[in-house]
Design a protein around this ligand. Structure first.
Ligand code: HEM
Length: 393
């Protein structure tokens, strides 16, 4: 079958306003697989239908690594984004397998339930402090970001007195200015030392359990902890900000959740479905026939999770933001061997925060209409450009 190559915007590249405004947030019924040119100018296959993406997430003919990393086709040509696919062939698979084996037990939904009271306590404290601020206040810097960091620090076992230092190290590492990797090295050094301290005096936290229950070095635990903070913070903060805007943009849906707190878990899933915007890069390890095309060995494949979440064959009226939607089998946390390990934690965090905000600050709203809030469409999935100013009565 002949295919035409096009320069398309991934759903995650489109301005967030498209996803906020129902008439711009489009249901997807287009082709399952398209040949595209990426922003880096390389060729790739874009997979956009739910069934095909779910199948490929379970298919071990796709992987993160390329046999010749220096010549691999790239999505963005951005070193941070390409980290996702940087691992060596073979070594990358082993690292991934070992990582899941070591971490999975600590992230099981059952284990996360024990953390819930602590998340409630941290959330209540931060929301109270936020409510005492002068209006307008920045929800992003004052609530979404610090709460996410605090909860992940709690899980890992970062001592209370060191959390500000940890926050500073995270932002230094995440900064675009960290080209020399100084911020990354400083953060890694801190986490490796923390692992050594936990080895000497273990407590009830993930780092302690990793160093005492596995045959791993302090360096390896430092790397794992860094990965968790890096994977967990940006994505969760963005989903909180966008979730808040989605509710603010739709007063009827917002009122429905406010009137029935039991709806919060479903509302959170719907926020995740509608604003989840990652597109996962993978490489084919052999030829794959799918959707009427043949993806060639070593070719770049982009799994467009955002469009899968808008697939007309997978969701009724996908363009509608419906806080009561059930079932809601969105792919925002990916699936199968790649499924996000932090999903149970992110879910608890969002459920607790939105429950608290709806009761403690029922009049909370963005300072400008939700659809006008500036966002960035960075290749890592975008987010708010700067701040999320809100006010309340
Ligand atoms: C709403 C927030 C979040 C979203 C939307 C999200 C989404 C994702 C997605 C789509 C993946 C798959 C990436 C890929 O296969 O290339 C992933 C992987 C991962 N996430 Fe999350 N994530 C979130 C929060 C978290 C949190 C809070 C943590 C931990 C503290 C976390 C830890 C991880 C880890 C360790 C992986 C790697 C799994 C693997 O390689 O098998 N995530 N996440």
């Amino acid at each position: 079958m002949t295919t035409t190559e096009e320069r398309v915007l991934l759903a995650s590249d489109e301005p967030f306003v498209r996803r906020l405004c129902p008439h711009l947030r489009e249901p997807y019924d287009g082709p399952p697989v398209r040949r595209i040119v990426t922003p880096a100018g390389d060729h790739a296959w874009l997979v956009s239908r739910y069934a095909e993406i779910k199948g490929l997430l379970r298919d071990d003919r796709l992987g993160r690594s390329h046999p010749d990393p220096g010549r691999k086709p790239q999505y963005a040509g951005n070193p941070t984004y390409d980290l996702a696919t940087a691992a060596d062939h073979g070594a990358g698979d082993k690292f991934h397998h070992d990582l899941r084996k070591v971490l999975q037990p600590h992230f099981a939904a059952r284990h996360m339930l024990h953390l819930r009271p602590k998340v409630e306590e941290l959330t209540a404290g931060l929301v109270e402090a936020f409510a005492a601020r002068p209006r307008p206040a920045d929800l992003h810097a004052g609530l979404s970001a610090p709460l996410t960091l605090l909860v992940i620090c709690e899980l890992l076992g970062v001592p209370v007195g060191e959390r500000e230092q940890c926050a500073a190290l995270v932002s230094r590492m995440g900064g675009v200015a960290d080209e020399q990797g100084d911020g990354t090295a400083a953060f890694f050094g801190y986490l490796r030392d923390l692992a050594a301290r936990k080895r000497a005096a273990p407590e009830d936290d993930v780092i302690s359990r990793l160093v005492t229950g596995n045959d791993v070095t302090d360096e390896q635990v430092g790397e794992i902890a860094m990965l968790l903070l890096f994977a967990g913070i940006g994505s969760t903060v963005k989903q909180i900000d966008y979730g808040f805007l989605l509710l603010a943009n739709d007063p009827a849906q917002r009122d429905a959740v406010a009137a029935d707190p039991d709806l919060v878990p479903r509302a959170v899933e719907e926020m995740l479905r509608v604003s989840g915007s990652l597109s996962l890069p993978r490489y084919a390890r052999e030829d794959i026939e799918i959707g009427g095309v043949t993806i060639g060995e070593d070719e770049l494949v982009l799994l467009d999770l955002a469009r899968a979440n808008m697939d007309v064959d997978a969701f009724d009226c996908p363009a509608e933001f419906d806080v009561g939607r059930a079932p809601n089998r969105h792919l925002t946390f990916a699936h199968g061997a790649w499924a996000c390990m932090g999903a149970p934690l992110a879910r608890i965090l969002m459920q607790v925060l939105f429950t608290r905000l709806l009761t403690r600050l029922p009049g909370l709203r963005p300072l400008v209409p939700a659809a006008e809030v500036a966002t960035t469409d960075a290749p890592l999935g975008g987010g708010l450009t700067d701040e999320l100013l809100v006010t309340w009565y």
